[in-house]
Design a protein around this ligand. Structure first.
Ligand code: BJW
Length: 235
């Protein structure tokens, strides 16, 4: 394998699937059970904040006992051992990458374990349930705390940093994402325009498969460690 100097890795729900976290668009995925317009849009939250709080409270509680898997650990090892500029961008709101040891990490769709006050804009670590009767720890306003996640129609986080890394990377790897949601689904084209080699690692061909130079299909816990090992062998 060619030697790379600047790597960007994008991950999606598929990397956490074997840890027991639900994906969105697979047959039994989250969006097969609940309408995204009700729970993952600002309009849904305005209509029925209780329903949205219940949805995220359940998912936050569901993280108890969930552990990072071999794919999360392989990416953390790659970051530690590979002497290259490395950025991991995840669409996932779980904390499995950081618990596996990843440090150069951007949560572009936010974090389940954080709450955002819509009154004062402050962010807070949040492990308990949220509700409309919870006051903001900073401004003490009640009723305007929300999960610190990015819903449809909202601007994903740290896009300037992500765009800068995509514009200069020489390897872009997309792992466990169906490639349905923008802007993440467009990262492969941005990386390609910068001259990067592009690789998809997914259970099955994603919607954007043809945009990648190479694709490896299989379970993340098998194909990600194997790919990382190959890269470390070349570095
Ligand atoms: C395995 C596996 C195993 C399973 N091993 N693999 C029309 C055209 C273009 C765009 C738009 C449009 N209309 C609206 C838009 C914009 C919209 C959008 O993209 N909509 C599309 C649906 C059409 N996007 C937005 O609104 C975003 N903001 C935005 O665009 O702002 C403007 C902007 C413009 C330009 C630059 C910057 C900004 C915001 C998107 C917010 C997404 N939010 C969610 C929910 C919040 C977080 C949460 O609750 O968790 O984020 S939606 C949901 O989808 C979640 C995910 O992060 C996201 C992506 O899902 P992901 O990770 O791909 O999961 P799946 O389930 O789809 O796929 C899993 C894959 O894993 C599958 O392929 C499996 O095969 C695989 N897999 N097991 C390996 N063991």
């Amino acid at each position: 394998m060619r030697r790379f100097e600047r790597i960007v890795v994008l991950t999606g729900a598929g990397i956490s699937a074997e840890s027991g976290v639900d994906t969105f668009r697979d047959k039994d995925g989250i969006w097969s059970k609940i309408d995204y317009r009700d729970v993952a849009t600002p309009q849904g939250f305005e209509r029925n904040p209780g329903l949205v709080h219940d949805f995220y409270n359940q998912r936050r509680r569901g993280m108890a006992g969930v552990e990072p898997n071999a794919a999360h650990f392989a990416l953390a090892e790659l970051e530690r051992e590979f002497h290259a500029h490395f950025l991991l961008v995840t669409q996932n709101i779980d904390d499995l990458h950081e618990r596996a040891g990843s440090r150069q990490l951007i949560h572009m769709h936010g974090e389940l374990a954080k709450a955002l006050c819509m009154n004062c804009g402050s962010r807070h670590e949040w492990r308990d349930d949220l509700s409309t009767s919870v006051p903001c720890p900073a401004c003490h306003h009640t009723g305007l705390m929300r999960p610190d996640v990015v819903w449809f129609g909202e601007f994903p986080y740290q896009m300037d940093e992500i765009e800068a890394a995509l514009g200069t990377c020489d390897l872009f790897v997309s792992i466990g994402t169906s490639g349905n949601v923008y802007p993440a689904a467009g990262f492969v084209e941005e990386a390609r325009s910068a001259g990067a080699y592009t690789v998809e690692l997914n259970l099955e061909p994603s919607g954007g498969r043809n945009l990648f130079a190479e694709a490896i299909h299989g379970r993340a816990t098998e194909i990600v460690p194997a790919f990382a090992k190959q890269l470390l062998g070349s570095g």
